[in-house]
Design a protein around this ligand. Structure first.
Ligand SMILES: [Zn+2]
Length: 532
C-alpha cells in the first residue's frame, strides 16, 4: 500500500508543486508525448514473445554458449529478425554483427634455466601472460627494484628498459613515519600489495617498452601456483576474456628461490641496474582466439540523430554442461525477445511517421555470463556511437519470472536497479512513465548500495554506468531455475514479460522523444561491501 501512496504522492508532486525538475518532467512528458505510444506498445504481445522464446531458448540453440555453435545460431536468428522487420544496422552493408574478439586463456608453461640451473613450473615460476610462444636467451636483465612508476616516485627515472627483460619485486618503500612513498599514507597503495600491484607494475614495465617482466612476489606466488597447477593438470580450458588491444608483454611470477637465483641480493637491494645473469627461457602459449559477436540494429532519430538511447540484453547463456542444455529462457531469453518486440514497436511507429526523435540502438551483447564481455567490448574498445552522446542505457536481464523470495507485494512487479544512481531525472521519468502507462510495482530492494547481491555490478548496464551513462536495469530477481538446465520457456510468465517489456518501451519512448536530454547529476561510484 505504501508504495502506491508514495507513487500517488510523486505524481501529485509532479502535477501540483511543480518543483523545477519534477514540474519539468511532467510538462515535458506532456509535450513530448503528444503522440500516444500506447498503440505501438500494444504490438508487444505475450503471444509473439512466447513464439520467439520457444525457439530462442529451445534445445536446438544448445544454451547459446559464447563462441560456440548455439551462440552463432542465436546471432543469426536475431539478425534475421531485424532484417525481416526492416530495421537497419549501424554498421552498414547488411552487417548486424559487431565482432567481439575473445581469447581463451590456457595456462602456459615455461622452461627456465638460470646460469645453467633449471627451475620448475608451479614450483618456482608461473606464466601470467605470454604473447604467443616465447624464447629468450639473455645475458642482460634490468633489475628495477620495486618497479614503481608513480608521479612522485619512480624506479624508471634514470634507466632505459626498452626491449629488455625487467626483474622487479613486490612491495613499496616506506618513509620514516611508516607511510608509503607514493601516497604518504600508511594504507596499501596500488603499488604496494596484492593483485593490483601486479597490474600496476606490469603497465609500468610495458609503458617503458620492456619486452618482459619477471616479478617476484613470494606471497602471491604461493597462492597462485597451486591454482595454476590445478588448471594446467586438469586441462581445464582457461577463462574467456576480451582479446587485449595492448601489445602483450611476457610476464612471469617467481618465488624468492628463483628471484634470488637471478639476482642474489634482490631482497635487500632496491637500486636499479643491469645484471649479468644468463637466463634461458621458453614459453609455449596455448591460448586460443575465440570469435564472438554482439548483434546491433538501430533506428535513426528524426530530430536529434546524434543522441542515442541504448536498449540492451545479453544473447548468450551457459551452453551445455555435463551433457545438459542450459536453455536460459529467463536468463536472458526473456530480455532478448523483449528487445526484439520493443524494436518492432518503434519500427511500427516510424512507419507511420512517428519515429523517435533521438536514435535508438538495439544492442544484443555476447559473453555476459563470462564477465560482461560483449558490453565491455562495446563501451571500452568499440563504442559504435560516441558514449558522450549516449543519453541512457536500459538493460533487460531476466524479466520473465517472479522471485520466490519476494513474499509481499503484487506479482506484477519488476526490480529496478540504478535508475537514481546517475540521473535524478531518469528516476523521476521512469516513475512517471510507469504511473501513466503500466502501473507495475517498481521494487527498489536491490537498488541499495549495500545490497550484498551487488546486482548493480552484475549485468551489462554496469559498463555503461561506469562511463557515467544513466542506466536502468530491469530484473525479476533470481529463482529456483536460475542458472539451471530447468530455466525453460514453459516456466515463463508471459503476461508479466509483456507488461515489463512494454514498460521498457514506454520509458525508451519518453527518453527518445523528450525535448531535453536527461541530465547526469551524480557521478558513478563503485561501492565496496562492508569489510571488502
Ligand atoms: Zn543474465
Amino acid at each position: 500500500m505504501i508504495k502506491k501512496l508514495l507513487l500517488l504522492s510523486i505524481t501529485l508532486l509532479l502535477v501540483n508543486c511543480g518543483s523545477s525538475s519534477k514540474g519539468n518532467t511532467a510538462s515535458q512528458m506532456k509535450e513530448a508525448t503528444t503522440i500516444d505510444p500506447t498503440e505501438y506498445a500494444t504490438t508487444i504481445t505475450s503471444d509473439e514473445l512466447k513464439e520467439m522464446l520457444y525457439t530462442y531458448a529451445s534445445d536446438e540453440f544448445e544454451g547459446r554458449d559464447t563462441g560456440e555453435k548455439g551462440q552463432k545460431m542465436a546471432v543469426e536468428y536475431l539478425k534475421n529478425q531485424y532484417k525481416s522487420m526492416g530495421i537497419a544496422t549501424p554498421l552498414g552493408n547488411d552487417d548486424y554483427f559487431q565482432e567481439v574478439p575473445l581469447e581463451k586463456q590456457s595456462v602456459a608453461e615455461a622452461k627456465i634455466s638460470v646460469n645453467e640451473t633449471s627451475f620448475k613450473s608451479f614450483e618456482d615460476h608461473i606464466v601470467l601472460r605470454s604473447p604467443g610462444n616465447v624464447s629468450i636467451s639473455e645475458g642482460e636483465i634490468v633489475y628495477m627494484g620495486y618497479g614503481i612508476d608513480a608521479d612522485n616516485y619512480s624506479d624508471y627515472k634514470d634507466i632505459n628498459v626498452k626491449g629488455k627483460i625487467v626483474l622487479a619485486k613486490a612491495g613499496e618503500p616506506k618513509d620514516a613515519e611508516g607511510n608509503y612513498v607514493t601516497s604518504g599514507k600508511p594504507e596499501n597503495t596500488k603499488w604496494s600489495y596484492g593483485r593490483q600491484s601486479i597490474s600496476s607494475k606490469r603497465d609500468a614495465a610495458r609503458d617503458h617498452g620492456a619486452k618482459g617482466l619477471i616479478y617476484m612476489d613470494n606471497d602471491l606466488f604461493l597462492r597462485y601456483a597451486s591454482y595454476f597447477q590445478r588448471l594446467a593438470s586438469a586441462g581445464i580450458p582457461g577463462r574467456l576474456s576480451l582479446k587485449s588491444n595492448e601489445p602483450e608483454m611476457m610476464m612471469l611470477m617467481v618465488n624468492e628461490n628463483l628471484g634470488k637465483a637471478i639476482y642474489n641480493t634482490i631482497l635487500t637491494d632496491n637500486e636499479q641496474k643491469l645484471i649479468k645473469t644468463k637466463i634461458e627461457l621458453s614459453i609455449e602459449n596455448k591460448s586460443e582466439i575465440v570469435a564472438s559477436e554482439n548483434v546491433v540494429a538501430y533506428i535513426e532519430g528524426s530530430e536529434k540523430p546524434d543522441e542515442f538511447v541504448v536498449i540492451s540484453a545479453h544473447l548468450d547463456h551457459e551452453g551445455i554442461k555435463n551433457g545438459e542444455i542450459y536453455n536460459g529462457a529467463d536468463d536472458d531469453g526473456s530480455g532478448t525477445v523483449a528487445l526484439v518486440e520493443i524494436a518492432e514497436a518503434f519500427k511500427t511507429a516510424e512507419k507511420v511517421g512517428h519515429g523517435p526523435k533521438r536514435s535508438i540502438l538495439f544492442l544484443h551483447v555476447t559473453g555476459e555470463e563470462k564477465g560482461l564481455l560483449g558490453s565491455r567490448h562495446y563501451t571500452d574498445n568499440d563504442p559504435i556511437f560516441p558514449l558522450e552522446n549516449t543519453v541512457a542505457n536500459l538493460n533487460i536481464d531476466m524479466i520473465g519470472r517472479t522471485d520466490p523470495k519476494r513474499e509481499e507485494g503484487d506479482r506484477n512487479y519488476v526490480y529496478l536497479i540504478g535508475s537514481d544512481k546517475l540521473s535524478t531525472e531518469l528516476h523521476n521519468i521512469s516513475e512517471a512513465v510507469n504511473a501513466k502507462c503500466c502501473n507495475i510495482e517498481l521494487d527498489y530492494t536491490y537498488n541499495d548500495d549495500n545490497d550484498p547481491n551487488r546486482f548493480y555490478y552484475r549485468s551489462d548496464h554496469y559498463n555503461f554506468a561506469k562511463n557515467n551513462i544513466p542506466v536502468i536495469f530491469y530484473f525479476n530477481g533470481t529463482h529456483d531455475d536460475y542458472h539451471k538446465p530447468s530455466d525453460t520457456p514453459d516456466k515463463i510468465e508471459y503476461d508479466l514479460l509483456e507488461n515489463r517489456a512494454r514498460l521498457v518501451f514506454h520509458t525508451a519512448w519518453e527518453l527518445a522523444n523528450r525535448k531535453e536530454r536527461i541530465k547526469v547529476d551524480k557521478a558513478f561510484a563503485e561501492t565496496k561491501l562492508m569489510g571488502q
